[in-house]
Design a protein around this ligand. Structure first.
Ligand code: UDP
Length: 453
């Protein structure tokens, strides 16, 4: 294994789930552990493989994932996760055996850290008597509501017999309504229900690392810790502990920063729906004209697969770009963290993926929430009804509603109050990551725990 200044380093093997929102926090964790003296190997699938040149200090090992093109193009994430778990166990085991053959006592593998969705890694580690640790990249509230889904199914409360009850509160899950539950984009299929316990169970793993923090999720975290017989380490937001960890699978278009430099403070609405959520052509059109009619400057990420067709930008309505002119900037992929920390950005229209939500909270940017599926619905509800730093756009997208929501957030009193609360929350997070803050202390405890191995 790697030697640095004559020192061999203890070795940690990371197994990320091959989606942007999962790869990024895993690489950030790797960056933190590297800075604390560990050597890092990332074992990844061929599908959505990370770019090794972004992390020259890490080793990267690819394992065959056995995914067929049809699986990938189906976009059925639940099915893909299940295929990966069925296909990757044996190659991962082989890969670990190879690594163990080459190791010396001073650089032996101290543990395998795997994304909760890549549970095949635990069984391979266990067979080889290696310790494993789980990384959870969603909110603690999402985990609680996933467990509740199983119970609600058992009670016969879901699927709902009467869809008009979707706005009813879920018993004991305040402030979530039935429509905020983390259903997958494919509803509540059997395989999603089967996946939930696999994600939740810790099996033989020794600890859980959570990309969240006490200042926003204390009660959910303590509830989960009571149900869990291994330690939970909430050490989020990981990106603040590893600010220099690049992880984008797509090329970032930095030209939008020059455009932002010419905008007034707090005036720009940043619009991005993350790496998976898609929109149809009609929604895109309503959104486009609603943004235009609001007269607020906007920076809009339309990644090539943001819509069901091949290219987002090409699907913008005719005449839109000319009408908007310099008041808007459209890119395929942005350096999001730099955008959110830019002084010109005053609001974030987001799908409420957990990374985006954390990144927005960390910069004190209030949000317009338009969740797609799964955990995004839970986070949107927390943003609007627990932290009260955003508003949720429900119902079908319609240009008048879009215009109204944008003005509400960006110029009206309600939005100013949300901005103030977002700034307060940002300060709370800053305290969490300070030396004696809860996330910093949790990180120190985790490192002590790791050093006992
Ligand atoms: N992101 C980015 N540029 C973009 C859009 C998104 O760098 O133009 C990053 C964003 O900062 C976040 C990740 O992609 O870290 C998306 O993760 P998230 O959990 O928010 O959503 P997902 O893509 O998993 O739905």
């Amino acid at each position: 294994m790697e030697e640095e200044q004559g020192q061999r380093r203890k070795h940690v093997v990371l197994v990320p789930c091959p989606y942007q929102g999962h790869i990024t926090p895993m690489l950030q964790l790797g960056t933190i552990l590297y800075s604390k003296g560990f050597s890092i190997t990332v074992v990844h699938t061929d599908f959505n493989s990370p770019n090794p040149s972004n992390h020259p200090k890490f080793s990267f090992q690819s394992i065959p994932d056995g995914l067929a093109d049809d699986d990938i193009y189906s976009g059925n994430i639940i099915a893909i996760i299940m295929h990966l778990n069925a296909n990757c166990g044996a190659p991962f085991h082989k890969c670990l055996v190879q690594m163990m053959k080459q190791q010396m006592p001073a650089d032996e593998i101290v543990c395998i850290i795997y994304d909760e969705l890549m549970y095949f890694a635990e069984s391979a580690a266990n067979q080889l008597k290696l310790r494993s640790i789980i990384l959870r990249t969603n909110s603690a509230a999402t985990q609680i509501s996933r467990i509740a889904l199983l119970q609600l199914k058992e009670d016969g409360s879901i699927p709902l017999q009467d869809p008009s009850n979707l706005a009813d509160p879920v018993p004991r899950l305040q402030p979530l309504r039935f429509k905020d539950l983390p259903f997958s984009q494919f509803g509540l299929p059997e395989n999603f229900l089967q996946l939930i316990p696999k994600i939740y169970n810790v099996r033989t793993s020794k600890a859980v690392i959570w990309n969240t923090m006490n200042c926003i999720e204390q009660s959910s975290l303590s509830q989960l810790q009571q149900q869990c017989n291994i330690p939970i380490f909430p050490i989020g937001p990981l990106h603040k502990f590893a600010p220099s960890s690049p992880g984008s699978l797509l090329k970032e278009d930095t030209s939008c920063i020059s455009w932002l430099n010419n905008q007034a403070p707090n005036s720009v609405l940043y619009v991005s729906l993350g790496s998976i959520v898609s929109m149809d052509k009609k929604e895109l059109k309503e959104m486009a004209w609603g943004l235009y009619n609001s007269k607020q400057p906007f920076l809009w990420v339309l990644r090539p697969s943001s819509t069901s067709a091949s290219s987002g930008i090409e699907l913008l309505p005719e005449g839109f770009e000319e009408a908007v002119g310099e008041n808007g900037c459209v890119v395929k992929w942005a350096p999001q963290k730099d955008v959110l920390s830019h002084i010109a950005v005053g609001g974030f229209w987001s799908h409420c993926g957990w990374n985006s939500t954390l990144e927005s909270i960390c910069e004190g940017v209030p949000m317009i929430c338009r969740p797609g599926f799964g955990d995004q619905r839970v986070s949107a509800r927390y943003v609007s009804h627990v932290w009260r730093i955003g508003l949720q756009l429900e119902n079908d997208l319609e240009k008048g509603e879009v215009e109204k929501a944008v003005k509400q957030l960006m110029v009206e009193k309600e939005g100013q109050d949300m901005r103030q609360r977002a700034k307060n929350l940002k300060e709370d997070v800053e305290l969490c990551i300070k030396e004696s803050g809860s996330s910093s202390s949790s990180l120190s405890k985790f490192l002590e725990f790791l050093n006992l191995f």
